[in-house]
Design a protein around this ligand. Sequence first.
Ligand code: PAF
Length: 285
Amino acid sequence: MKILKTKQEVKQQLFAHRKAGQSIGLVPTMGALHEGHLKLVKNAMSATDIVVVSIFVNPTQFNNPADLEKYPRTVAGDLDLLEKEEVDYVFLPEVEEMYPQPTALTVDFGNLERILEGAFRPGHFNGVGVVVSKLFHIVQPDKAFFGQKDLQQVAIIRRMVEDLSFGVEMVVIPTCREKDGLAMSSRNGRLSAIDRQRAVILYDSLVQARKELLAGKSWFEVQKEISHKFNEEPGVKLEYFELVRTNSLEMISEIDLKAPMEGQKSSICTAAFVGDVRLIDNLSI
Ligand code: PAF
């Protein structure tokens, strides 16, 4: 496993592989790797000849400076895990390498970024759009691997790939969960023991809501019940709990109880603070 720190090194190393006709897979991460990331890596290893994992805590996607500061950084452990997976390259740039100057360009995803995460984290998706564009230009992967836990991120990157003709195939991998259902996240490590127990409310609520919707209850009733459930639980604060079309993220208020066609599939998306840690999750219906 080789560690590459600069764009130039990535270009030099990947040139020979590309020339030899080998396919390149990219797993973009912000480090603090967990089993969910490793599942992306394993998928990349079996789907492409050469795998590059990037580790870069991208400052421009944090709308809250305290969140950036507290974001877990575990590079030595991350490298050990990737070495065990026999990853070919880790791209580990410094901030100055990725942002030699402040970016003048901004990416606006229209309605896609004004809802859900976008509404609560202004500027977040601009930061994601810019850094993922940079990574795609630097690595020029054939395939890029993302987790379904970040459903809105997947939707905006997919849209960016189409709108700007990146020619990268997006591979989306189902969310990895702890035994009690909590979605794996680098932020989980910041939960206190009691908050860790409370955090399962996100997954429990998603499962409950899906069950009730499928049983014919109205979304209005379901949403009211779930808000109440969060209000009753100490130490948690619900930000949103919404029913959306999975592909477009358009908010909807009912589901198609008959087998929905591909573009008509729906998901429930949620975000909540558990203590001072903000968690997100979603479930497809
Ligand atoms: O999902 C993440 O960890 C980040 O948003 C990403 C895609 C690596 C961009 O910084």
